[in-house]
Design a protein around this ligand. Structure first.
Ligand SMILES: NC(=O)c1ccc[n+]([C@@H]2O[C@H](COP(=O)([O-])OP(=O)(O)OC[C@H]3O[C@@H](n4cnc5c(N)ncnc54)[C@H](OP(=O)(O)O)[C@@H]3O)[C@@H](O)[C@H]2O)c1
Ligand SMILES: [Zn+2]
Ligand SMILES: [Zn+2]
Length: 352
């Protein structure tokens, strides 16, 4: 065991502050990573503030962070994929049973025994797992991803959650050439969805509540931008979408988007607001439309997504911040005031 520097929250009403945590010494299959950048996901904020208390109550102290990129410092004797000095990344999961049908299908995100990167029981040290707002992490090599070497690292970190969470459902629902695809909410997830849908060849329409993001949406790859508070603009797109990805973090009217789907169109929720959304039956019935959800993505698909990003030169648009600004960043996230992901430069943790 060794001590690592980290930022944690002591309760749902406390700000994040500097602390030290225990990390295990690498076992034979483990990779130890010096964390260079960690993205700030809106899920970190939901979890730190215990907004998902029914589904995933928070255990305090909580060290969030699941968009991790860094450099390997040490590997266990049985590790084959990595050596010291390599770039490496870790997303939302650090372990699973490896034997259930979901794991065997490469869909570890559905494993009943999955261990998330933070806030789930830590099999090695007891207590719960601690995430990436830290200077290092130790992870089984099965859950460590290879990073394309041509990409900006601060912009790679958010791919590990915002990237895979939007890439996976778009692959699943066949986003590509000839498809009209909507993206609701131009935040961390939404802006990655726009980049991917554009790179996959779809016609992309962004729905935003922030008129000042219109030019950015086009720069990111949108063919059209709709300010969703404008009912007339919304009406123009009635019954026209094959697929809509809803990446909104707060309460909103999902029926307005269900009505924009074609017959047999699908809307997938990746946004996970604190309160339930009201879904009127007739919106779904009349067009045989469907509503789905989707959690992150499996390890093999996460690697595929990173390789796709390497090939297409895709990274997240980031505002790099020192960790001392994390509480301020959370407040800005709540105001949709980030273009389009905060990425923490973990070198800043050295001065704590
Ligand atoms: N399913 C999964 O596996 C998974 C993974 C990661 C995150 N998530 C969840 O996905 C959601 C988005 O995460 P994120 O990190 O992308 O958050 P984010 O960066 O804060 O983006 C959320 C966006 O939603 C829009 N929005 C915010 N409040 C709104 C409101 N009251 N009404 C309508 N639109 C609103 C804003 O876009 P505009 O300014 O364009 O309107 C905002 O930029 C969160 O709930 C997060 O927990 C789920
Ligand atoms: Zn996330
Ligand atoms: Zn499993």
């Amino acid at each position: 065991m060794y001590k690592a520097k980290a930022y944690s929250a002591a309760s749902e009403t406390s700000p994040l502050g500097s602390t030290t945590i225990a990390r295990r010494d690498p076992n034979e299959k483990d990779v130890q990573i010096e964390i260079l950048y960690c993205g700030i996901c809106h899920s970190d904020l939901h979890q730190v503030r215990n907004e998902w208390k029914d589904a995933m109550p928070t255990v305090y102290p909580c060290v969030p962070g699941h968009e991790i990129v860094g450099r390997v410092t040490k590997v266990g004797s049985a590790v084959t994929k990595f050596k010291a000095g390599d770039l490496a990344a870790v997303g939302c999961m650090v372990d699973s049973d490896g034997t259930c049908p979901e794991c065997r299908a490469g869909l570890e995100q559905f494993c009943p025994n999955v261990t998330y990167t933070y806030n789930l029981p830590d099999k090695h040290l007891g207590g719960v797992t601690y995430g990436g707002y830290s200077d290092s992490i130790v992870v089984d090599e099965r859950f460590v991803l290879r990073v394309p070497t041509n990409l900006n690292l601060a912009g790679v970190a958010p791919l590990l959650c915002a990237g895979i969470t939007t890439y996976s459902p778009m692959r699943h629902w066949g986003v590509g050439k000839g498809k009209k695809v909507g993206v609701v909410g131009l935040g961390g997830l939404g802006h990655m969805a726009v980049k991917f849908a554009h790179a996959m060849g779809a016609h992309v329409v962004v729905f935003t509540t922030s008129p000042n993001k219109k030019d950015d949406a086009v720069r990111l790859g949108a063919d059209e931008v709709v300010v969703s508070r404008n009912a007339d603009e919304m009406l123009k797109h009635e019954r026209s979408f094959d697929f809509i990805l809803d990446a909104v973090s707060a309460e909103h009217d999902i029926n307005a988007y269900i009505n924009l789907l074609k017959r047999d169109g699908n809307i997938t929720l990746v946004g996970a607001p604190e309160k339930p959304l009201a879904v009127p039956a007739f919106g779904l019935i009349m067009g045989r439309r469907s509503l789905s959800g989707s959690p992150i993505g499996g390890i093999a698909e996460t690697q595929e997504m990173l390789d796709f990003c390497g090939k297409h030169n895709i990274t997240s648009d980031v505002e790099v911040i020192p960790i001392q600004k994390v509480n301020e960043a959370y407040e800005r996230l709540l105001k949709s005031d980030v273009k389009y992901r905060f990425s923490i430069d973990m070198a800043s943790l050295k001065s704590n």
